[in-house]
Ligand binder design. Structure first.
Ligand SMILES: Cc1cc2nc3c(=O)[nH]c(=O)nc-3n(C[C@H](O)[C@H](O)[C@H](O)COP(=O)(O)O)c2cc1C
Length: 215
């Protein structure tokens, strides 16, 4: 029989908000940060390729340097942690080979049995321009970002998803280009300041009827 269950995710999503002002003194534990990272790891990605890398910026001087490149937003330096979600700047055959090898090893399969699958993905990638591939890998990072947001909310940890930054400046400061990466989005993580007025604002959302259409 269908059993009605309370959906905590909805409660958590109502609790969270994009935090503007953090309490600098309140740090998030390593244990919780590890859980948030695991939520990133478990995120869905197209073909399972996970063509992104997340940088956990612990260096305070670097965060000071990143702040002016982030429209001066205080969360960059004041939050307990700052994650930079970087997408791969290109999708190369070797990335597909790496995935196929990992899948074979993880699932105890013969790599040769997966060759057709790998070739299919490679073929699909060759149909795309570099810009299309970059837009596609950047999209994947947002799925991981969303998992991290939900994980933070469940842990009652505040967070801010952020796009308000200059990707070129981030690339220079963090040496992303030489690593084949581009900064797509940020996630500041920490605990809200009592003075953050944003926490008292009612959520602004379109009605479900407006947002979702049943056809
Ligand atoms: C991809 C993305 C980028 C965002 N960039 C910023 C940002 O740079 N700075 C900021 O304070 N909030 C940023 N936000 C937060 C949004 O403004 C916020 O999520 C939205 O207004 C809904 O409010 P809520 O998240 O508090 O419910 C961003 C959100 C998303 C999803």
């Amino acid at each position: 029989m269908y059993k009605r269950r309370r959906m905590e995710l909805l409660e958590n999503l109502k609790w969270r908000y994009a935090t503007k002002k953090y309490d600098v003194a309140k740090k998030v534990s390593e244990e919780d940060i590890d859980k948030i990272k695991e939520a990133v790891q478990l995120s869905a990605s197209s073909y399972g390729l996970q063509l992104y890398k997340v940088l956990d910026i612990r260096n305070a001087a670097l965060r000071e340097e990143l702040k002016p490149a982030s429209w001066g937003q205080p969360q960059i330096t004041d939050a307990s942690h700052l994650l930079v979600f970087c997408n791969y700047a290109d999708v190369k055959d070797e990335h597909i080979d790496e995935y196929v090898a990992l899948k074979a090893e993880t699932q105890g399969l013969d790599a040769s049995a997966l060759q057709g699958y790998g070739d299919f993905i490679k073929g699909k990638m060759k149909e795309r321009s570099l810009e299309e591939k970059q837009a596609w890998t950047a999209k994947q990072t947002y799925i991981a970002l969303s998992s991290a947001l939900a994980a933070c909310a469940e842990l009652k940890i505040d967070s801010t998803p952020m796009e308000g930054f200059e990707a070129d400046a981030y690339s220079k400061i963090l040496g992303l280009e030489e690593r084949g990466l581009q900064a797509a989005a940020l996630l500041a993580i920490g605990h809200r300041s009592d003075e953050d007025a944003t926490q008292h604002g009612k959520k602004v959302r379109k009605s479900l009827d407006n947002l979702i259409e049943t056809i």
